[in-house]
Ligand binder design. Sequence first.
Ligand SMILES: [Zn+2]
Length: 296
Amino acid sequence: MNLYENIQRIKEMMGILIESVKDVESILSSGSKGSEVEIIQDILGIYKDGKFGPQTKKCVQEFQNKVSIKDDGIVGDETKTKLKKLEDNEIEWETPEFCKTLENFKSYNSDSDSKTDEYDPSKKSEGKKLPPNIQKLIDKLKKDYGVIITQSHIDKEYAQEGDIRPDAGGVNSDAEKQIKKLISDCKKEFPDVRFPNGIVSGYRSYDKQVDNFGTKVKNNKRSIEDVQASNCLPGFSQHHTGKAFDIFSTDTSWWKKNSIVKNWVANNCKKYGFEVTYKTKGVLRIAEPWHLYYYK
Ligand SMILES: [Zn+2]
């Protein structure tokens, strides 16, 4: 127990209540414990356990970023001054999603603070780290769009997709030829159906997916979970490979209405070298009868 914790314990023993950040005398940082930490957690609106763990640190850093002071994750005088303003409602602050609930708190805290783990594609356990090039995309989502992806989001993405995928840099020409053939044959098969599109979406670069995902959360004010239901985190999408296509429509109701098309695509895509990736609802994704992957 360090000096600050001793002082705090004495204060607690003497019945001196710590009710506001102005009563917080210690400099708080990783490893600090007790009611002073609880006060900070309370003000920031994060799950309150009185322990200054990696999740609390990350949230403090978010706050420091927000109020434009050095984001060292240490609660010293400058940070306390700003926290006092937050306490007095003089600063606007929205608690990041990752630290609001016990569930998120646990999943974040169980994840080690170090970033030294090597990427191993055969390791598919929870808490799997992203390779550095993909982590960069996740960092960009945060920096450019304020979208904070937690380990729990990443775990689910691994569970749904299996692994990250390479950015092929463009569409695969064989796959493109085959999808056009499939679309043309399908349209001939059902001359009475009104098809709103041919290919809705094909190759997507890593950067495009960052933009795609970030915009949906930021501009459309949707939750990360909601966007993840039909969009991969950057790095995971089959569209990166240039071998995946969304065809006709990405509107579930169109496919319901045109179930004959849905069945035809599901039953015939193999002949063209494709499979319907999301036949049924998965860990994250909804069923997507429109999303075809060229497996050849
Ligand atoms: Zn798709």
